[in-house]
Design a protein around this ligand. Structure first.
Ligand SMILES: C[S@@+](CC[C@H](N)C(=O)[O-])C[C@H]1O[C@@H](n2cnc3c(N)ncnc32)[C@H](O)[C@@H]1O
Ligand code: SF4
Length: 443
């Protein structure tokens, strides 16, 4: 990959890298502007939502909260793997889907389903196939519904992908993070880079389903050569999609303690991260990949990234499984994440742990978030807000975006800062008074 670095001669142009544009990367909280609903009112609110039919473009999210181990970089770990709990969980989840199907009138349309985690691929293939069949039976899925299974690669992947595609899954998203074996080991990943690449290569030979891999940048000690090596490997494996996530230092991550104790290298700073992102974007573009969002790339036309695009655009999403979050008809909710409480809740009750009224401006927030994530905003959305248009003009001066023909198009530098720009724009557009610390999550 040295040749790619030479081709993208340093320094890169201003529209590719603006490392000092903001003090830090900070995203909008997922339910920003929502008003909590008192627990006493949850049953009646839930009941009233059951008559709301999910409109075309709606989603379903199914959370499988088990992991083989706690990877030190990850903020999504909840429960270790215990086979007996997992089989009870699958039954409870099917009961949750079945109960909601009888509570809701027939109709509506769901265009994408996402089995996320945790690690859905930890479940035995027959259980996952049973769950996919249950979603098809109990949810109003569109004929061409995208059904994604997220997970990790291992020796069972071939069997699992075969069982899931047979049951109706159309897309698989595998967390790779990096192919660099030494770094993988430090992150808590069991397989070496060659093994993981081998699993992907043989899956590509086996299935026509959409295959996606997650890679990360900004990891401890990761330099541009290591990241570009990862891209060189990923782009030769016949993948359809690729996520490129900036490491987000959620407070309390085990990795941060390890860095403090010098058991891991320091994290790359913002200037390195901004440079690495720009090199990666240019490399993927040169290799013929299309950028579908700030963090997602596609090769060919099989990959649509439908779930991620619609969820960013604020579409309604039915949620199932311990720890899942959903929203329907202006109300957001959280399914109970404590596994024992979730399992003990009678099948005739929705196991809820939080409900809130979405911001009255949630439709505008969704439009802004969705558009900026795809890199292009229709400035008519802000037509009556001169302050905001002035802010866009400042960002144009900083090479973060280009204004032309009623559109604001993010540059590569602007896409790196996409979460921060979105957060500021949404807060300004909704005349927010919330302080930055309570409105944002560090990115
Ligand atoms: C919900 S996780 C599930 C991944 C899957 N269980 C695995 O082990 O690869 C989905 C993706 O989130 C990303 N991710 C996890 N922790 C992250 C962090 N701290 N910052 C940025 N992205 C992160 C990883 O790329 C991961 O593949
Ligand atoms: S990366 Fe995956 S397996 Fe590892 S802790 Fe996070 S969700 Fe669990």
């Amino acid at each position: 990959m040295g040749s790619n670095l030479t081709r993208h001669r340093l320094p890169l142009p201003p529209e590719d890298v603006q490392a000092g544009a903001f003090a830090r990367r900070q995203a909008l909280m997922p339910m920003w502007g929502a008003q909590p609903i008192a627990a006493a009112d949850w049953p009646a609110t839930w009941q009233s939502r059951q008559s709301v039919l999910p409109a075309a473009g709606s989603l379903a999210y199914i959370h499988i909260p088990f992991c083989a181990n706690h990877c030190v970089f990850c903020g999504f770990y909840r429960n270790g793997w215990l086979e007996s709990q997992a089989s009870l969980f699958v039954e409870r989840l099917i009961a949750e889907l079945a109960h909601e199907a009888v509570s809701r009138p027939a109709g509506g349309r769901i265009d994408a389903v996402y089995f996320g985690g945790g690690t859905p691929t930890l479940l035995p293939p027959a259980d996952l196939a049973k769950l996919i069949a249950a979603t098809r039976r109990y949810l109003p899925l569109a004929e061409q519904c995208e059904i994604t299974i997220e997970g990790r690669l291992d020796a069972r992947s071939a069997e699992l992908v075969a069982a899931c595609t047979e049951a109706g899954a159309t897309r698989f998203s595998f967390g790779v993070q990096t192919f660099a074996t030494a770094l993988r080991r430090r992150l808590g990943r069991k397989h070496d880079g060659e093994q993981v690449a081998g699993y992907l290569r043989s899956l590509r030979g086996q299935t026509d389903a959409t295959l996606v891999v997650d890679l990360m940048f900004g990891l401890p000690g990761q330099d541009e050569f290591s990241l570009l090596d990862d891209l060189a490997i990923a782009t030769t494996l016949g993948m359809d999609g690729l996520d490129l996530y900036a490491f987000n230092a959620y407070p309390g991550l085990p990795m941060l303690r390890m860095i403090e104790k010098k058991a891991l290298d320091p994290l790359p700073g913002l200037p390195e991260q901004a440079l690495h992102y720009a090199l990666a974007v240019n490399t993927l573009r040169d290799a013929g990949w299309q950028q579908l969002s700030n963090s997602h790339f596609a090769s060919g036309c099989r990959e649509q990234n439908r779930y991620n695009a619609l969820i960013k655009a604020g579409r309604d999403c039915l949620a199932f499984g311990a720890g899942a979050g959903g929203k329907l008809g202006g109300v957001s909710y959280q399914v109970q994440s404590d596994l024992a409480t979730y399992l003990a809740t009678p099948a005739t009750e929705k196991p809820l742990s939080h409900m809130a009224l979405q911001s009255p401006q949630h439709a505008l927030i969704g439009q802004l978030q969705g558009a900026l994530d795809q890199g292009e905003l229709d400035t008519n959305l802000l037509a009556n807000q001169p302050g905001l248009l002035a802010r866009l003009a400042e960002w144009q001066e900083q090479s973060l975006l280009r204004l032309a023909n009623g559109k604001a198009s993010l540059t590569t530098a602007g896409r790196f800062w996409g979460p921060t720009i979105t957060r500021e724009l949404v807060m300004l557009a909704t005349s927010a008074t919330t302080t930055p610390t309570s409105a944002g999550a560090s990115q």
